[in-house]
Design a protein around this ligand. Structure first.
Ligand SMILES: C[S@@+](CC[C@H](N)C(=O)[O-])C[C@H]1O[C@@H](n2cnc3c(N)ncnc32)[C@H](O)[C@@H]1O
Length: 214
């Protein structure tokens, strides 16, 4: 095994260990990205997710988005996260309703378990991919798994947002930078800047954007 292979395996292990440690050492209501209601995502989904449509929440963590989607009962829902602790927490919260969701505990840059989706939702996950190889792996999966005409809804820190999240460096994006990163297979449908208030009272600037696969 060469040195670069060893180093990429170490990064991979570190990534799993980092997120396991976060979710096993903090309450889900204490993490900086906690929001009581995924209002912005739900507002976009009302227009973009057809009845019976297939949605994946990538890096869903302990977000309440899945609860709100399950309660409407008309969609095929998948939640993927690298942290088994986050997934177990969310399953417990949902109780019996967890059986209405497909769960994938994997790194999004590595997974082979994806199906085809009409909406790919990502709040504060893509921005952790600071390495171009990881970013390309993510984009390859997005391209392979999103149906033609499907939507990619993404929230990242904006250029005037924090440089780190959960102690990790992030890439910050404007809507135009996201558009350039996605390339010509995606057209931007809507974008906005959004202030997120963390549980400790800090304001974080986000870019929220939705793209349609052409
Ligand atoms: C900042 S949190 C956001 C959680 C959730 N989207 C929300 O809005 O509450 C980032 C989430 O992405 C997950 N994550 C980070 N890197 C990941 C990766 N490479 N593959 C899959 N999940 C990842 C983490 O475990 C964590 O749950």
């Amino acid at each position: 095994m060469d040195k670069s292979q060893l180093s990429s395996e170490k990064t991979e292990l570190d990534r799993f260990a980092h997120w396991e440690n976060v979710y096993s050492s903090k309450l889900t209501t204490e993490v900086s990205w906690f929001e009581t209601e995924p209002t912005t995502a739900l507002r976009l989904l009302e227009h973009m997710l057809p009845q019976g449509g297939r949605i994946i929440d990538v890096g869903g963590g302990a977000s309440f988005l899945v609860d709100r989607l399950v309660s409407k009962g008309t969609w095929d829902i998948t939640v993927l996260d690298i942290s088994s602790t986050a997934i177990e927490h969310t399953k417990r919260r949902l109780g019996d309703a967890e059986s209405n969701v497909s769960w994938i505990c994997e790194d999004i840059t590595e997974t082979r378990q994806l199906r085809t989706y009409d909406v790919w939702h990502d709040r504060a996950v893509f921005h952790f991919l600071t390495n171009p190889i990881d970013r390309q792996a993510y984009l390859d999966r997005l391209n392979e798994s999103l149906s033609s005409g499907g939507y990619f809804i993404v929230a990242t820190f904006s250029p005037d947002g924090p440089e780190k999240c959960s102690g990790l460096p992030v890439c910050r994006y404007s809507p135009e930078e996201l558009e350039a990163t996605l390339g010509c297979e995606f057209r931007i449908v809507t974008s906005s800047q959004h202030n997120h208030l963390t549980p400790s009272g800090k304001t974080q600037r986000f870019t929220l954007a939705a793209f349609q696969k052409v």
